[in-house]
Design a protein around this ligand. Sequence first.
Ligand code: SF4
Length: 931
Amino acid sequence: MMTLTIDGKTVSAPSGQSVLEAARVHGIEIPALCHHGDLTPVGSCRLCVVEVERDHQLAVACALGARAGMVVRTGTPRIVQARRAVLEMLLLRYDDTAQPERDSEFMRWVREYGASRSEAPSIARRFAVDADPHPFIRVDLNKCILCTRCVRACAEVQGRFVWGVAGRGEDSHIVAGLDTTMLEARCESCGACSAVCPSGALTDRNSLRESMGAPEHNVTTVCPYCGVGCGFDLNVREGKVVRVSSNAQAPVNGMHLCVKGRYGYGFLHDGARLQQPRVRRYLLEGRTRGPGEARDEWITVGWDDALEVVARRFAAIRAESGGDAFGILTSAKCTNEENYLLQKFARQVLGTHNVDHCARLCHASTVAGLSMAYGSGAMSNTLRDVAEEAAAVFLIGSNPTEQHPVFGTMLRQAVRKRRMPLVVADPRAIGLTEFAALHLRHWPGTDVALLNGLMHIILAKGWHDAQFIAQRTEGFAAWQHSLGAYTPARVSAITRVSEAELTRAASLLAHAKPMAVVWAMGITQHTSGVLNVLALANLQMLLGNVGMRGGGVNPLRGQNNVQGACDMGALSNQFPGYQGVGDAAVREKFAVAWALRNGQYPPFGNAPGLTVTEMISAAGQRALRALYIVGENPAATDPDLNHVRRSLQSAELVVLQEIFPSDTAEFADVLLPGAAWAEKSGTFTNTERRVQQVRQAIDPPGHARPDWDIVCGLAQRMLALQGSTPAGPQAGWDYASPDDILIEVGMLCPPYAGITPARLSRGETLHWPVPDTSHPGTPILHTECFSRGKGKFHLSEYLPPQELPDADYPLLLTTGRVLAHWHAGEMTRRVPGLLELYRQPLVEISPEDAARLHVAHKQPVRLASRRGEMQALAQVTDRVPPGVVFGNFHFPGEANVNNLTHSALDPLAKIPEFKVCAVRLVNSGTRTGKP
Ligand code: SF4
């Protein structure tokens, strides 16, 4: 640190800091246009000139390094005159007549320095206003002042290089690609360019400035889409969210967002939102529906009637058949507080462990495998320490630039700026393979063989960390013996990866320390999902990469709050905080906390309840009599949808709490309108265990209510009908706000014991476990020892997938998501710009298979498995290898790839094998032989 004087104030600055930044840190504002704190300084606009006392020279503050003893002045008359001259020069080429600007940074400085437009004719080249058809970004180059912030943001933040500068002298202008449209130049629509543009040349199309005027207020909250957990500000006017703007203080992402986070909020005000409860007529008339009977018409009712109908039916079923006649699906889109209440409702009010959610469909194998090996099923490190400190990253079964986009761009930048070696293992050529030192294109479903093969080579070469293994692990000797069978020749034959590539990958991974492993559903959604995770856990222990920054095991959780929903015990085998239902002391703890008086309160069962897919099947067979589904859409997201639809059709009673009439609504008997994320408060926990506040920005539409409020109303009615009153210290249901619920969570869920609303409001960053209110949180797990003591090597033998291609179904189908959409698409398909980016389902097929099957690019095709069919357009691309096709589940009905997927389960985690099944593909004019 050094000290210098700016405008008479003594300030300290670290070595290397510019005068501009040193001044800003100490509250002294120096105007700047080309400069932005997140971008490399270029010193081109010269607005930030200051005077340095010794030589009385004007110098550009953003490019002037702070020096000890320096004396700087920032506002002398000479400086003011120079700045005015700079602004007037910029105004020479600036033209906002088509759409006058008032609020841009540039116009603010123009006003403040009294810069005036020249009478002389403008030297600017004229551009067509709004010439680029981009759905979210409006381009008006007449307002461009050539500060090049957009060029640098696209390169340095997004790593996409869409924008550049073309022309010379007065003809200089920014240009997308080789003077194409932004999308043709491979724009990913993250909006980083418009977020930093100071002049209004690049703006968000839906922004207030274009439609409604300035926002009345901003509310800082967290993104509702993926598990990265980006923060941003919702701009609110007249009770509507009219824009999302970056918030530089957002702890995970700073100013950066992806297309869904920045532009995917329009669904909030979609006319199809559920606004009033609906109940089928026969329920209102007190009748039940027989097994073969169709559901009759919807009747719109008030909340009292709706909750009364549900509570009475639930109470009757419980009295007749007991608590295990119910199945409850909670939601990874709901807050922690709501998930806590939903599992409490299942266990305390209904008396069943039949409570689960979509983690079962995405990371159940991660939780099971990592718990066995390390004692904790969560991501061990933070996104930032992986991106900034890993010496190498091994990315397997994960496509972050499409599914966790802000983290994906962090990895891109790690490769670009730090030359970090990235090894990608994926059957598809995902976006990050462009940046990879090595792409292992192994055959789908052969992950265990690949990983064991890599570890075989590491051991054979002596590249393992013997000291770490000896000091911190157990089970090594037996496990090591099992690797003998995974010779490079055998592994190469199974995986179709050459022996040379296997050796190169093993060397790259073993010689970079710390190396971080990152994975997602390409690893977990297999019948061997737990074995895959165990193999990854073995790899990181073998190389001694656990318990340090930049290393660890890093499963990327899918939905915004899937980590939190698991933490809250929305799992059929665990109470909140991963406290097992099989543990008598745990059951006793919750029995005391949630005790009821005068009720028929049953003791908690000691066996796990049913999982997501088991519940749906059981409801179809009427082994379960009622499903209460909150914010989940099994009719779109579960495997083998024809089976799911038949099951839901046969179910006796389905109560669905949702924000839209989703695919599942067709099978519901009661529809309860819930609130979307912007309409309620609470907390989400992101993939790196960071607990963040979600703040209400607007009211729910119509009579919709927050899910926590609805379940409280239902619980109170049920307890009254059952003659029960709360007796235990945490047994009641009269919460004034989600803060009350979080406080109760802290009392019963040890990892959250020190997480309080007050600490979160103060902006504290808390990664669980936080054992008490003075604890700072735990960004890195397993530092001194593993959560289970010693890390344990587990045998993990390769097993092929359940269903492989054959003569009838000769292609292998693998599934996933695309950048513009999320999950079943209920929210993203209601944002017109996102639909414009990705309008209809595409099935990727290799050029070789397309030629063999006489299928042309963008031609309609039908894809069939033994379970069902889907319609899509063929996308002929070498992203997939010959023999493999890829589809997504973002579109409903006949366009959903889950019509085809297989419901075979991993025996331990009970996660379905979404990632591999056998299919055939024909062009749409040909019959597929529908099963
Ligand atoms: Fe939202 Fe994920 Fe995109 Fe961040 S990366 S803005 S959390 S969808």
